[in-house]
Design a protein around this ligand. Sequence first.
Ligand code: ADP
Ligand code: MG
Length: 719
Amino acid sequence: MGVSVGIDLGTTFSAVAIIGQDGLPRIVENSEFEKTTPSVIQFRDGEIVFGSEAKEAFSAGDPNCAAFFKRNMGLYKPYGTFGGRSYTAEELSGMLLKHIKSSAENTLGSAIDEAVITVPAYFYSKEREATMEAARLAGLKVRKIINEPTAAVIAYGLNNWRVNANILVYDLGGGTFDVTLVRMGENQVLRTLATTGNRFLGGVDWDERIESLLVEKILESTRFDASESERFKHLLKGSAEGLKKQMSQKSSSKLTIRIPEYGKVTSEISKAEFDQATVDLLEMTGIMCATVLKSAGASWKDVSDTLLVGGSTRMPQVREYLQKLSGKPPIAHVNPDEAVALGAAVQTILADTECVDGPGARIESRLIKPVGASKKISAKSVPNIKLNEVTTHPMGVIAINPEGTMYINELIIPANHQIPTRQARSFKYATSAYGSNELEIYVLQGDRKPLDCVIPYKYVATGIKHGATPETTIRIQYSYDQNGIIHVQARQGDSKTDLPIRKEPVPEDMSMYGKPIEKRPPAPEPLSIMLAIDTSGSMYGAPMQEAKMAMASFVNQFKSRMIGGTARIGILAFTYGPETVLRLTSDPAQCLSAIETIERYGRSGIHPLDGIKSELREAPGRKCSIVLTDGEWSDGGTAIPAAKKCHEAGIEIAAIGFGYFDRAFLSSISSSDANAFLVSRGELESAFGTIAQSLGTQASPKAGEKSRDTQNSEVWDID
Ligand code: ADP
Ligand code: MG
């Protein structure tokens, strides 16, 4: 079995560390005896070169070099074409990791098969997954992904643990910046309080300002515009970093170049000029420090120490600026190039951690037997620092606001929430009676409007069942694992099993989620209607034909509501007693053919209105019955109490009488006088039509959309 290492996979430099015989982490040098390896790859004819040699070629302007690809992690798009083949950032990182691994194996004399890899704290889920993918390509098993600032504090905390100290980690690397507030707790629990960052702010931005200063100086002294020439732009780019580093030691730096038709020109940049040209960059970092303090509910006076990480914190102005902000000198005795890898190495000896959700939850970790080179250490001598990290980004889902007018970001997990965590939320979802009931779940990272967030994933939950009501509840659960990767699950109603879910690429065009939603009528209340028809002898012939046509046209008016699942119709026939011809259904075709079959029906024994009641009692939504009859019932006065029982059960009755009739009887069984219709032959259809209109024949809401429901749901386990 091979050994476990910690790897700092940096934008500009990477480093490897391992736990040594003494139980303390140490850097593993690469094959060139360097402690860090530049994260640059050069594609020479048929040969691939990594590290310092590649970096030199890159600085000299060789276009066959890949650098800064970490910035594109998670995009899964071609980063560049080298040697006639295009590569993604994941592939390039995989190649680099493989090189770093084999170089370290050379030094160690043993195989490496597992690593704790660090990523910037603000890395999104997708970028973390991309890092796992790169490791897989390099043949490395990932023990865990941890955040760079956390790793730095682990390294620092080995010899400097002070219970309840709040450490502000200021990490300014080559291409990225992040700032994190971490608390050293009791029992060596390290707790991240808040974190933020910018992946497009780093040393290279300072380099670019030097390039611009150089262009200005050259233009002043020679009237030659170097920014117009690709060759000179490359040359200045290659020199800028060196000049910047010189200014970390000296008060100025000089560059001499040969300008065509002009000769040798020396441009000098003073430290004061450099500081002035870059002060806004520093201030941007200051603003992010303030943001982090604010989200942790702290201020500078709560910061026990500021820990500087990342090569760019070697610039003296960074130290001065932080001293000004925090009121005390930043910690100087951590090597910014090595701290992150060292901290990662410490995590290689910890077992997988478990976490109890909720505020104040502690992540517990056990110590496991160290592997490989560290085999002989006793557990006691191993630093056992446990992590208690938080989500960097709030996470939500695209939903519809309660007014149904626009798409909103409904938060599921807030920022700075402890991880790992699971959070679930319920949404109302309009099902369709027919067709596929699928719910699109767009994961949002950020707490702004949907299109102002990062949308890392699209999931589609399938197999949603259409029930008695047109709306169902779907519970969406997000889990944020130990590695900062999101998992999504969905369940319908109270179901204990997950809906089948598939991942789909996020569409290029998401613009519809930024536009207002066309106003739609609110979801109508579900309707359950029993059509009850008198089939006694006097109805035979033409009256029955007319009644059937009127009922059919009634059903047709509810067709779209039935298909939409918001109306169901059943049929009952009666003479002395009732008989159910068709139970409530949302299938209009079934209804229409049942109407055709109506003949003489009816059992004696129970009252027709009791038959209606038993069909409708358990039905959802608004319950009503339309009773069509052609003569007063000779039932000895039982109709009125039976009708009363229906009304008490929440069933509305409309009565249509035709032929020779007493209006008072119709009124006595109807829910109100307005629901009693005394009509002549030929008017039946219009009476049914009036009732249909009053019940509302408009269609159901568009199926397949979820709207906000403020309810939090209980979480469940990942299968
Ligand atoms: P990353 O973690 O992004 O790979 P590092 O933490 O290794 O980056 O920092 C690399 C950056 O630090 C580069 O921009 C480099 O120019 C800068 N840097 C390194 N040494 C110095 C120095 N002495 N003065 C100023 N900047 C430096
Ligand atoms: Mg770094």
